[in-house]
Design a protein around this ligand. Structure first.
Ligand SMILES: C[S@@+](CC[C@H](N)C(=O)[O-])C[C@H]1O[C@@H](n2cnc3c(N)ncnc32)[C@H](O)[C@@H]1O
Length: 276
């Protein structure tokens, strides 16, 4: 078992990955980045971080595996059901009172459960054909999984179905999937207005303007410097009076541009862009 790893080793590895593969983890929160590296060392039987560098030098393809191992992909459908109720009962009715089309960005969409939740909510309320959704993640392997919409039956029944009940949807979540052995396959038609795209929040910046941005449980892995940068990207990417929604353990309060947003719902971490 790997007990610990020196800060200098972590920094050397992060700098190597940045220089050679242009994934920049140098401003990821140190404690979680370190835990992920230790986990990788245990998994691949490395005794120090230099061995990861050697492996990457000999087999550059290993960088893709490394990326998937470093990033945390844990997600679920209708995670924090009360947020989804607020979206359905307040945010969307407000937006559709003023406009006919709503553009949504799921930044850090992982394996797509959050995107399917959004599509189910919109479909149930007759809004799905009035939206354009962009769903992005740094990891193209996880995006492929999101597009497939194939999830473990066990997880679906233990977590997703229950969250949907707490969301108080109009039917049953199983109305939107079919069971295939140990898996469920989500209805592909739900994705008819979704574009999936590989996108790195650290280096790519903004690419369009949105009415709603959801970036939940991603910032938690970034240090304050990087959070400030990414909040700037979101500010630029939102229309004025657009909504930014982050994770329940995340906050906008400490960021440099907090004064350009107002809090719409503190419990659900919903903010509104109010200033240029
Ligand atoms: C814990 S998941 C969150 C999934 C979903 N938003 C949720 O709340 O359930 C974090 C996701 O952020 C992605 N991520 C990490 N760093 C990123 C970056 N620099 N750019 C884009 N996505 C990133 C990871 O690949 C992972 O899929």
């Amino acid at each position: 078992m790997v007990e610990d790893i020196e800060l200098a080793e972590i920094k050397k590895l992060a700098t190597f990955i940045k220089d050679e593969f242009s994934y920049d983890f140098t401003n990821y929160a140190l404690s979680s980045f370190k835990r992920r590296i230790i986990r990788i060392m245990e998994l691949y039987k490395f005794t120090n971080a230099d061995q990861i560098i050697q492996k990457l030098t000999k087999e550059p393809e290993f960088s893709k595996t490394l990326l998937s191992e470093i990033t945390v992909n844990v997600t679920e459908m209708f995670r924090d059901p009360s947020l989804w109720r607020v979206l359905r009962d307040q945010i969307f009715p407000n937006l559709f009172q003023m406009q006919n089309e709503v553009k949504i960005w799921h930044a850090g969409c992982s394996s797509g459960e959050e995107v399917f939740s959004m599509c189910v909510l919109l479909e149930e309320n007759g809004w799905l054909d009035k939206v354009k959704i962009f769903a992005t993640d740094i990891d193209h392997v996880i995006i492929k999984k999101a597009k497939e919409g194939k999830y473990l039956l066990k997880n679906t029944q233990e977590v997703n179905d229950k969250n949907y009940v707490r969301f108080e949807g109009k039917g049953k979540l199983s109305d939107y999937y079919k069971i295939d052995g140990q898996n469920v396959i989500m209805e592909q038609n739900l994705l008819r207005n979704v574009t999936f795209r590989e996108h790195d929040l650290v280096k790519t910046g903004w690419f369009s303007k949105f009415d709603i941005i959801l970036c939940r449980n991603v910032m938690i892995y970034f240090n304050q410097t990087l959070q400030n940068e990414v909040f700037k990207v979101f500010h630029t990417s939102l229309f004025n009076y657009g909504y930014l929604i982050i994770g329940s353990k995340e906050t906008l309060v400490w960021c440099d541009i907090a004064n350009k947003f107002i809090t719409v719902n503190n419990e659900e971490k919903i903010y509104k862009r109010v200033r240029e």
